[in-house]
Design a protein around this ligand. Structure first.
Ligand SMILES: [Zn+2]
Ligand SMILES: [Zn+2]
Length: 137
């Protein structure tokens, strides 16, 4: 398969994934809103062993609603959100769909934390919606 590639706005950070999308969702939690510049983040989960990153990133770790630590990585120069990891899902890297070279390789499967959505941002029409996380996740 073709590699999934992406990077930041200024071009200092590039990444690629040899693994395909394993899970993908749109998250409307407050942390995603605050860190996104919009009402949601779009996360594409790929297997961590297939991901390589070049260029300097800065990370910010914070406990999510669930209590799990989510670490968000962004470009140290331009601040573009690039990817995140979640200690509840080891072995996975969540690429920010906004940073993909071809954003259409992201195929969202669900909307989570839909209960936190602002009135002006209702993405993912027709997808399953969960008030918080789906049961069991
Ligand atoms: Zn940059
Ligand atoms: Zn979120």
């Amino acid at each position: 398969m073709t590699k999934i590639t992406g990077g930041c706005l200024c071009g200092a950070v590039r990444y690629e994934s040899s693994g395909a999308q394993a899970m993908a969702g749109i998250c409307q939690c407050v942390d995603c809103r605050k860190s996104s510049g919009a009402g949601h983040c779009a996360h594409m989960g790929v297997p961590e062993p297939g991901v390589s990153v070049s260029g300097p990133t800065t990370a910010y770790a914070r406990a999510a609603d669930s209590g799990h630590i989510v670490t968000r990585h962004f470009c140290a120069t331009c601040g573009s959100a690039l990817f995140s990891s979640n200690d509840a899902m080891p072995g996975m890297i969540f690429l920010r769909a906004s940073s993909l070279d071809d954003p259409n390789v992201f195929v969202p499967q669900m909307v989570v934390y839909a209960s936190r959505a602002p009135a002006w941002d209702r993405p993912g029409e027709g997808l399953p919606r969960f008030d918080t996380m789906p049961p069991g996740m």
